[in-house]
Design a protein around this ligand. Structure first.
Ligand SMILES: Nc1ncnc2c1ncn2[C@@H]1O[C@H](COP(=O)(O)OP(=O)(O)OP(=O)(O)O)[C@@H](O)[C@H]1O
Ligand code: NI
Length: 391
């Protein structure tokens, strides 16, 4: 374990130095680059970052769903202290179906189109946790009327719990006969059927329209409250992270750039990227920067040298362009990877207000020119205004 990484005692999930790359036509894409994260028991942890930051690749690597090759995965993923790379394929499947539940972004492609929802969910309940129950055992239970009927009752209960409209008829429907929102509810039900200890949810509902997405999130937060379950939730929505999580990881360009308790991240964001994200959300910052941070996430085939955020960072200087900053830990669950917070760095530490001002200036050069006072002040304290926005 990386000694600088803040981890809860006895985590249920612990990921260290996870890297994932892909061989592709444009060369090697170095996507996830040394990620450390952990989820404590009963903890709700979110990973937040813009689209393309590597959140889904990280969760797929954690859940063992990346095919290797083409993916090239290194690092350790441990569940209750067991390194998952030491498990056999059967043990791994058993763990995924039983102790670890998963919900993914796209509900349509996650259900099997040729079986009814009921068949799939009853199968999950009866066999989800067993890599290979054995053919005889499989047939016995699949066709044992009492087992099957019991399972059906439990699935129905679960469908009611996820507030599925008309659960009886949904049981006998094929996924194509349901709306996206209903498929997503079915998947949430499926993930929870075996009462997993850890739920991994990768932006459930984002493939759906906004209202349905909101309903799914509301449902999840209700289900979370009622259960003693650890959750690793992926989102690009800071409001969701703030509402649901105990602890937050901010991801940028395949790296964790900041972590802290939800309160720390929102009350005292340190990394300029975190500050930029918060500044982009008017409801959170009272700000006006509705366009987000100018520029886009890096090309993973040719990521920037040094800090991967430097081309967009309003504080970037020579050091940021050449050296990867060290991850600095403060206290138990708090850390940031930015040279401005490195011990011994003499420069001013970024603040939310200053970052907002610099990003606004960078985003709209006409405003900046009109507002001479702002530009002058920015120039005297570093002169980096504008560099972050030019791409
Ligand atoms: N199988 C793959 N082969 C090559 N590149 C991939 C593969 N899967 C993902 N990537 C690349 O990895 C990068 C990160 O993708 P990822 O899906 O993890 O982003 P994300 O943070 O989940 O974004 P979103 O919020 O849109 O879901 C992207 O540039 C993507 O093109
Ligand atoms: Ni994703």
């Amino acid at each position: 374990m990386n000694p600088t990484e803040p981890v809860p005692e006895d985590p249920i999930l612990s990921v260290s130095d996870l890297s994932v790359g892909f061989e592709g036509f444009d060369g090697y894409a170095d996507v996830v680059d040394g990620v450390d994260l952990s989820v404590g028991r009963g903890e709700v942890v979110t990973v937040v970052g813009e689209t393309g930051c590597g959140k889904s690749v990280t969760t797929k690597a954690v859940t063992g769903l990346l095919d290797e090759p083409p993916a090239n995965v290194s690092g350790t993923v441990a569940f209750e202290g067991t390194d998952l790379s030491t498990l056999s394929a059967d043990e791994r499947r058993a763990l995924n179906g039983d102790r670890m539940g998963m919900v993914f972004q796209d509900p349509m492609s996650s259900l099997n189109p040729v079986f009814t929802v009921g068949e799939q969910l009853v199968d999950t309940l009866q066999f989800g946790g067993e890599g290979s129950a054995g053919v005889v055992e499989y047939l016995r239970r699949r066709y044992s009327r009492s087992d099957r009927a019991d399972a059906r009752e439990r699935v129905l209960d679960m469908l009611r719990e996820v507030q599925m409209p008309d659960p009886e008829s949904v049981m006998d429907s094929y996924p194509s006969e349901l709306s996206g929102g209903m498929c997503q509810r079915a998947l949430v039900a499926q993930a929870l059927l075996n009462e997993p200890d850890l739920l991994i949810a990768d932006e459930p509902g984002t493939a759906l329209d906004v209202t349905v997405h909101d309903q799914i999130l509301a449902l999840l937060s209700e289900l979370i409250e009622d259960r003693d379950m650890s959750i690793l939730m992926i989102t690009h929505n800071l409001g969701v992270a703030r509402q649901l999580s105990d602890r937050v990881y901010i991801m940028y360009g395949g790296r964790i750039v900041e972590t802290g308790t939800t309160e720390e991240i929102f009350e005292d964001p340190k990394h300029p990227y975190t500050q930029g994200l918060i500044a982009s959300i008017p409801q959170l910052s009272g700000g006006t920067m509705a366009d987000g941070i100018d520029g886009s996430v890096p090309e993973y085939t040719d990521p920037p040298e040094g800090c991967r955020f430097h081309p967009r960072c309003p504080y970037a200087d020579e050091a940021c362009r050449t050296e990867r900053p060290a991850f600095e830990s403060f206290g138990d669950a708090r850390g940031v990877e930015c040279v401005r917070f490195a011990s011994g760095d003499p420069g001013p530490e970024p603040t939310l207000g200053e970052t907002k001002r610099r990003l606004n200036t960078a985003v709209d050069p006409t405003d900046a020119a009109a507002d001479g006072g702002t530009t002058d002040r920015a120039e005297t304290d570093g002169g980096t205004v504008g560099e972050g926005g030019e791409r």
